[in-house]
Design a protein around this ligand. Structure first.
Ligand SMILES: [Zn+2]
Length: 168
């Protein structure tokens, strides 16, 4: 199969899914991981460098993402490959850019110091306001505010915060 073009389905079936444990919850990647814990795989036909598997899975199933877009985990588990746990967010650069341009004028900096933070009504309101400006993705907000992306998603959807989340 050397040199042959692979279809998305073949890449998934031959190179990805055999190394994933599929279960009721998250689907875990059993292959190698990068230092941040994300699954990585080298597929000669696609690239000379290792690719992040969760992004590859997302793109094989949904099409290529625009540059700057990243694939987030709703479950917060880097080696998870379950397609419905993966969702695209805009990159950190976009968020920064929006912030620098002053489109987002919030008290982000005063909230930044502590690593451990409790979600308050005021904070929920703020997250929703920031998200409503359209300048922030869930991922970006999560990073900026020190919460997990899944938690931010829940808050923005108006779902009751289920737990307090601490991001180191
Ligand atoms: Zn998952």
């Amino acid at each position: 199969m050397k040199g042959r073009m692979l279809s998305a389905q073949e890449i998934l079936d031959e190179r990805i899914w055999p190394r994933v444990t599929k279960g009721e919850g998250c689907w875990f990647w059993q292959g190698s991981r990068d230092p941040e814990g994300y699954g990585q795989v080298k597929i000669k036909q696609l690239a000379n460098r290792p690719l992040r598997v969760h992004r590859l899975v997302y793109e094989l199933l949904n099409g290529l993402l625009l540059p700057g877009m990243r694939v987030c985990h709703s479950c917060d588990i880097p080696p998870c490959m379950r397609p419905d746990h993966l969702w695209p967010g805009t990159g950190w650069e976009n968020t920064r850019d929006a912030q620098v341009k002053g489109r987002v004028r919030m008290v982000v900096h005063t909230l930044k110091q502590p690593r451990q933070r409790r979600m308050t009504d005021a904070l929920i309101e703020q997250l929703q306001r920031m998200y409503a400006t359209g300048s922030w993705s869930c991922c970006g907000l999560a990073r900026e505010m020190g919460f997990s992306p899944r938690y931010v998603q829940q808050v923005i959807r108006g779902e009751r915060p289920l737990r307090r989340v601490v991001v180191a």
